[in-house]
Write a protein that binds this ligand. Sequence first.
Ligand SMILES: [Zn+2]
Length: 467
Amino acid sequence: MLKPFLFQSALAGLLVLTTATAWANDLTPQTREQLKAIKAHALNDDLSYQIIESLTTEVGPRMVGTPGEKASVKWAMQKMKSLGFDKVWKEESEATLWQRGELKASITQPYKQKIKALALGNSVGTNGKAVTAEVIEFENLDALKAASAGDIKGKIAFVSYKMARHRDGHGYGQAVGARVVGASEAARKGAVAFVMRSVGTDTNRFAHTGVQIYQDGVDKIPAIAISNPDADLLASMLTRNKPVTFSLTLSDTGTQNQTTTIANVIGEVTGSKYPDQVVTLGAHLDSWDVGTGAVDDGIGVGITLAAGHYLSELETRPERTLRVILFAAEEIGLHGAKDYVAKHQDEMDKHVIGAEWDFGNGKIYELEPGVGQQSLADIKAFAKMLVPMGVTLANSNDATGQSDMSELGKAGQPAVNFNPDGSDYFDFHHTENDTLDKVDREALKVNTAIYSMFALFATDSTTDFRQ
Ligand SMILES: [Zn+2]
């Protein structure tokens, strides 16, 4: 529940004391009090959860090109307005449409068994026929790349690499390459289909989808991910010294290369003194189609909108503008973020600093900056405020921003990454199991408090984070 009146009363006296001077190296007592007040408010509130509940209940899956995605744009604009953002707008562009076909997969030799699988994003279908062929296994993408065409031609290439579980999620980076380029690598050597173990850390009998990208000039072959238990099963069959055949039928995946309109939804809490200087918070609005996109990236939507709302409630507005950007089409290749940078080229130098949330439901344990050497002292001073919340400052200073925000980082925007415990994120990432119940409500409160504190710190600072 919101208690805007109490919140404003508690903060009003403190905020009028804010001065325009930079917060050099240590925060002033007033700033510390303001940050403590917004923290206490967020920790005692449930707004970010209510936003995620609303998005997953009233909209649900939001894959690019689906009615759910269109509905999410309307939902986001209405939500931002109702939460007190001063300006709300959308910026449209085009992306290539892909529709999921119906998939049936099974092992047909030497022992018949049905397999749980999902097509990877952009996969072509099988033209109404079953593709059935002998399976050849590769332990990872490198092994597939090193294999000779003679061994693969006419077969189904199976990459069995199992993603490792780590707190920082780096196992994903080691596994995802096969998903993105595996199909084309296999097709280049004459494979008729590409099958991979899901990029996921769970033992559930469902698959993890995700984007794969065909390389130009290479045949497009069907590409699917199978569940972890089914990958184990297939690997076991392959130890029997008998040919193993696999069959898949994937119905029409829609007109190829058809474009669809996508939209970034943007809301601002206007700064009182430097409205053209923007601090950005980002998340992506699109999701995969199989779950409800509660964690990926409903949580990011909830956290960033709640932070914007808390800033909009302050009686004395911060000096800089807070811009919350809900990016379109992240899942199929950061299209919304790329479009944003193209459209805002002229004001990129006014993008003061940014942070995205697109990494799971765990509690933040680390602040990783990516700012100029001089302003690092300010980040350090801010980071001290997060120590009681279990957050440490990383030794590095080269963050460019998570997912979408990395595109703005490449265009020169300083960034901070707030790194959460991602140990279980890849248990449900891109699956039918990405649903509201996976949201850790206590961690969410703490993370929302941290983003709200960061938003207030950066918008009410005059620090040049490029310096
Ligand atoms: Zn995401």
